[in-house]
Design a protein around this ligand. Structure first.
Ligand code: FES
Ligand SMILES: [Fe+2]
Length: 321
């Protein structure tokens, strides 16, 4: 399906668009992904529309991602069964005279491409779906991108992005170098699916804010038209995939590449510093945490509040990862 990528903030509904990949990952071949504890395959139709389905042929369980795309179908590498975008098996080479039973069908997932991300809808599909929470501040900017895999639940990975008090410790050799000895007066704003936080007692506090767009995207304004954006993609219970982008307005060839390179190098250093600490947190899923938080953890408190209200709405309809 397609969706309009215009909304700045969404009301918190029972169900969400999750970023699951960068479009740069999906070329002409099928793409195997593990997301939400399931094996998925993504592929593109000739129109450019993305199809997402389980990476498991209904016939004998082979991985479809090892196959190929032919005339808007994905062809299994094992015995050549082909599936169309609705998941229906349309070609069965070993049974040419057979009327293919309708049960030879794969479930498909609702996905769309917006804001240069691939999103998957997770939740009930009754009525029309809201657009994904694309960040309008990034429109017209260019970016450099990096990715990393963490052995951590994505809730822990996203919470560290609004944890100011860790900066002078975990990042004492990088972005927290000049924050030694600081206390943190954290301001927060919770509105319709977004948790925004900033430092009241920092001279650039008003320009340098960070925000989580629920459920799994984060943006950090570092001043002017420079932003760091990251997505924390649930892979399995204790694994997530992190994609970080450094957005900037510099479009002059070579200087553009240089700025992107510098931004991604810094990003790489910062997430490398975060990773071991976050991977070691217990319990793995912050939903299970029984912690003693302080006022400096206001952003984390806000995120957990939003998450709890989301889970209450979902009830038994779908289990959040
Ligand atoms: S397992 Fe896919 S066609 Fe047989
Ligand atoms: Fe950090």
């Amino acid at each position: 399906m397609s969706a309009s990528p215009t909304a700045k903030q969404q009301p918190l509904l029972a169900g969400h668009w999750y970023v699951i990949a960068s479009p740069h990952q999906l070329r002409s071949k099928p793409l195997a992904l593990e997301r939400f504890g399931e094996r998925l395959v993504l592929w593109r139709q000739q129109s450019g529309q993305i199809v997402a389905m389980p990476d498991q042929c209904v016939h004998r369980g082979a991985q479809l991602s090892g196959g190929h795309i032919d005339n808007d179908t994905i062809v299994c590498p094992f015995h050549g069964f082909a599936y169309d975008a609705s998941g229906q098996c349309t070609v069965m080479p070993c049974e040419e005279s057979w009327q293919i039973p309708s049960g030879f069908k794969l479930q498909t997932y609702t996905v769309c491409e917006a804001g240069d991300w691939i999103w998957l809808w997770r939740g009930p599909e009754t009525g029309s779906l809201p657009p994904p929470p694309v960040e309008p501040l990034l429109e017209g900017l260019v970016y450099g991108e990096l990715c990393d895999d963490w052995n951590a639940h994505y809730t822990r990975a996203i919470e560290v992005q609004i944890d100011y008090a860790h900066l002078p410790f975990v990042h004492k050799k990088s972005i927290g170098r000049f924050m030694q000895g600081n206390s943190f007066d954290v301001g927060t704003d919770l509105s319709s699916g977004t948790i925004k936080s900033w430092l009241n007692n920092h001279k650039k506090g008003s320009q340098q804010w960070a925000a989580i767009h629920y459920p799994n995207t984060w943006i950090n304004s570092v001043g002017g038209k420079f932003y760091i954006q990251a997505v924390f993609i649930p892979v399995a219970q204790q694994r997530c995939h992190v994609i970080m982008r450094f957005h900037h307005p510099v479009k002059i060839p070579l200087i553009r590449q240089l700025v992107s390179w510098f931004g991604t190098q810094l990003g790489r250093k910062v997430i490398k510093e975060d990773r071991p600490v976050v991977q070691g947190q217990f319990p793995a899923n912050s939903d299970d945490a029984n912690e003693k938080l302080t006022p400096a953890d206001a952003g984390i408190v806000g995120y957990r509040k939003l998450r709890r209200s989301h889970q209450a709405q979902l009830k038994a309809e779908i289990k959040p990862q």
